[in-house]
Design a protein around this ligand. Sequence first.
Ligand SMILES: Nc1ncnc2c1ncn2[C@@H]1O[C@H](COP(=O)(O)OP(=O)(O)OP(=O)(O)O)[C@@H](O)[C@H]1O
Ligand SMILES: [Mg+2]
Length: 233
Amino acid sequence: MQHRTASAGKIRPGARWDGGKRAGALLEVRDVTKTYRRGVWPRRRSRHVLRGADLELYPGEVVGLVGENGSGKSTLMKIIVGGLRRDSGAIRLAGQVGYCPQEPILYTRLTCDEHFALFGRGYGMTPAEITGASNEIYDALGFGQWAESRVDELSGGTRAKVNLALALLPDRQVLLLDEPYAGFDWDTYQRFWELSALRRAAGRALLIVSHFITDEDRFDRIYDLRDGKAVPR
Ligand SMILES: Nc1ncnc2c1ncn2[C@@H]1O[C@H](COP(=O)(O)OP(=O)(O)OP(=O)(O)O)[C@@H](O)[C@H]1O
Ligand SMILES: [Mg+2]
């Protein structure tokens, strides 16, 4: 997490990364590399996952991050939020991040309400703000009836809703969502896009990992993660 605070806030909103780029990026990723290393010599193995990835996110856009399984999408997101160290490169965040990990990270013995209370306090929200935001998200994603149920009693799809809800709770400027609707039914999937449109209209920037070709029209821009680089489409 030290990594995250070190990266965050180094540029002001509206500041330039360099003369050749558009001003006002909320997130700038430059030349990020990452190699996973396993084992010890002589059986040491290296997997070069990111080989100089560049990416930008601006206020009021929904950007897709696509690529085949194992191309490094989740690795890149983990590096941006500071959960994983990069080997080299730079990340500049001009705002705070809400992150929905691909694998739900939840406490099985806590209820949905208890998750909101716990994470909301961690985000520095007041009890009134937590109640307001969680009610809005319960309505938007349609799982209010599970508010007092423990996570270990929930279906996989409802757990995915809680996982996404925790990223949406504090209304952060930048949202990084790693396959957020993988387990959703059609109705919830539609609601997810309505919610994204609202955040976009409020000037938030969303980066969403997707495998669905049908999503392509919903994105303002798409990056294809290929050979360790994020290639704009
Ligand atoms: N902790 C780790 N140690 C070693 N290798 C890892 C580790 N995490 C991921 N990898 C490898 O790095 C590569 C990229 O993984 P990553 O999870 O970032 O891919 P992804 O694009 O998110 O894939 P998917 O679409 O399946 O979610 C894969 O080959 C994976 O096996
Ligand atoms: Mg992934």
